[in-house]
Design a protein around this ligand. Structure first.
Ligand SMILES: [Mg+2]
Length: 224
């Protein structure tokens, strides 16, 4: 019997991709820059490259952010101006924050204890869940920055189960990434559920579950 559901946040509860897209398009337009698909693609390409260098330890977090701004605007920009440019984007991104439309009703109705386990920053996710009016649903909110380990490592899932005081066999995990979320949870002994909103219909490994909308979750859990 499942007693608790742990959730991923980005692109599971919080429409990260949609919010980011809306924030970027508004920001580019406000800065007098082209605001279209090509601009988004160019921003993503620059972001992937510079963030990769940050992840590899070659750049600090601030450096990669400033390099993304300079690469995108295509001219020299001082540190202060680059930070201000990024700050104006963040304001518009936050104004665009939205949860997926099926989230609130499902969180309200689920007859299980609930928590969050996210590969992100605790401060960011606390702010997002509060801003979206969803924070009260979750007994625990655990992120990799404070856990010191990240999905798909077993230790991240086990730490979240321990925080709930439950064995993994009584906990389900719901996330939008098959490998990092659902398979990782399954390997740690939880019920791993892949939220495949795009309906990718990829092959799902034995023992892992796939849903395409949150409305399917309750039926799946009650059969466990
Ligand atoms: Mg996610």
């Amino acid at each position: 019997m499942i007693e608790a559901v742990l959730w991923d946040v980005d692109d599971t509860i919080f429409d990260f991709s949609g919010s980011e897209r809306a924030g970027l398009l508004r920001h580019f337009a406000a800065e007098g820059l082209p605001s279209d698909e090509a601009a988004l693609e160019r921003w993503r390409r620059i972001t992937d490259a510079e963030y990769g260098r940050f992840a590899a330890g070659e750049l600090t977090y601030e450096q990669q952010r400033r390099r993304r701004v300079r690469g995108f605007v295509g001219r020299p920009v001082g540190d202060g101006d680059a930070d201000a440019w990024y700050g104006r984007y963040e304001v518009l991104f936050e104004a665009a924050w939205t949860a997926f439309p099926d989230v609130a009703a499902v969180l309200d109705a689920l007859p299980y204890r609930q928590g969050i386990l996210s590969n992100s920053s605790t401060v960011h996710q606390e702010r997002r869940m509060s801003a979206l009016g969803l924070r009260h649903h979750f007994e625990v909110l655990l992120c990799s920055d404070r856990l010191g380990c990240a999905k798909p490592d077993r230790s991240a899932f086990l730490a979240a189960c321990e925080a709930l005081g439950l064995p993994p066999s009584k906990v389900a995990y719901v996330g939008d990434r098959l490998d990092v979320d659902a398979v990782g949870a399954h390997r740690a002994g939880l019920t791993g559920i892949w939220l495949d909103r795009a309906g990718a219909e990829a092959a799902v490994p034995e023992g892992v579950f796939r849903i395409t909308a949150l409305g399917e979750l309750s039926g799946l859990l009650s059969s466990r």
